[in-house]
Design a protein. Structure first.
Length: 146
């Protein structure tokens, strides 16, 4: 198995518009040197646990995961459940970045161990500001446990 350098940030997002804006803001703010993008929950789990088309790599652990809730194949709640169930990945901060404001989603996310639950603002500039602040906090200010 070859060793793969860990991306600082894993973004799990299936909406191309949200992903494009997120990447644009993060590149402009220069808080993340390396970003891994996956477009569904199954691919996120494959990346984190070295399965699927990531099987040749030693699983690389990011500093933080931005996780959408409503994802194809495996939803964000199940991805979160599996991340927090494994000793090796449990300490990775997970930020649920979603459009869902449903109280049951918020409650279940925190019950499963999410570190932050952010509702995506509909307004373009507010969304951009939120991403910039999240990137700065989790990648520059936060001191992760490893």
């Amino acid at each position: 198995m070859k060793h793969k350098e860990a991306a600082e940030l894993l973004i799990v997002e299936d909406n191309p518009n949200d992903l494009e804006l997120t990447l644009r803001v993060l590149r402009k703010s220069k808080v993340a040197r390396t970003i891994q993008i996956v477009k569904d929950g199954a691919e996120a789990l494959d990346y984190l646990f070295g399965r699927g088309h990531f099987v040749q790599d030693t699983p690389a652990l990011p500093k933080v995961i931005f996780l959408d809730l409503k994802l194809p194949k495996v939803d964000g709640m199940e991805v979160l459940r599996q991340i927090k169930a494994q000793e090796r990945t449990r300490a990775i901060p997970v930020v649920m970045l979603t459009s869902s404001q449903q109280e049951r989603d918020v409650a279940e996310s925190y019950r499963l161990g999410v570190n932050s639950y952010i509702v995506k603002p509909v307004d373009f500039s507010k969304f951009a500001d939120s991403i910039a602040q999240l990137g700065t906090y989790w990648l520059s200010l936060n001191h992760p446990y490893r």
